[in-house]
Write a protein that binds this ligand. Structure first.
Ligand code: GAR
Length: 201
């Protein structure tokens, strides 16, 4: 069984899709071989109800409670490691994690990103793609390294940008694809068809 810890900052809709896919697979007698053992956040505003309604443990580690980013990262890592995860996913976690955090968990540390990396890295990928006048963008699942969205890519897909798109409509269409990619990635890691060490090598 692949034990997964997921970190979020906001609505957690991609996480919800993953939780539902795990539940559906269980119900239909084809278990995914993965379970979410804890959900963490960097802010109490994050949608942790997703976890509590399912009886999944939660934790919040706020940067402002720590002297610096490294100390915050150490505290976050300690919380994550309490659950001895096989995989940790940053799913709409809107903060850069410090190097010690990456070193402790990578390559089993994934991030989902709403663009076709290496295009449009960073916190405003959807807005940046539109501002650049791009006609297509995408969604990417990758292994986290110490750069900003520079890690090895596991899955990605192109998504067209329509002339009538707003940032919100485009982001919503991207998330539909991201959810599929995320579920497929967790499935692949659980059943051994995706080997993170090989991808990271
Ligand atoms: C997702 O599109 C994710 O890729 C993005 O935040 C959204 C979270 O949505 N993450 C980043 O932009 C990280 N740089 P959700 O909270 O509804 O799942």
């Amino acid at each position: 069984m692949l034990n997964v810890v997921v970190l979020i900052s906001g609505t957690g809709s991609n996480l919800r899709a993953l939780l539902e896919a795990i539940d559906d697979a269980e119900r239909t007698g084809t278990p995914m071989g993965a379970r979410v053992v804890a959900i963490g956040a960097d802010t109490p505003e994050a949608n942790l109800a997703l976890a509590t309604e399912r009886g999944i443990p939660t934790f919040v580690v706020r940067p402002r409670d720590y002297e610096n980013r490294a100390a915050w990262g150490d505290a976050l890592l300690q919380e994550v490691q309490r659950f001895t995860p096989d995989l940790t996913i940053l799913s709409g976690f809107m903060r850069l994690v410090p190097p010690a955090f990456v070193e402790a968990l990578a390559p089993a540390l994934l991030n989902t990103h709403p663009a076709f990396l290496p295009e449009f890295p960073g916190a405003h990928a959807v807005r940046d793609a539109m501002a650049a006048g791009a006609t297509q963008t995408g969604a990417t699942i990758m292994i986290v390294d110490n750069g900003v969205d520079t890690g090895p890519i596991i899955e990605q897909q192109r998504i067209p940008i329509h002339p009538e798109d707003t940032e919100a409509t485009l982001h919503e269409r991207i998330k539909v694809v991201e959810r599929d990619l995320l579920i497929r990635t967790v499935q692949g890691i659980a059943n051994g068809t995706i080997n993170l060490k090989e991808i990271a090598a």
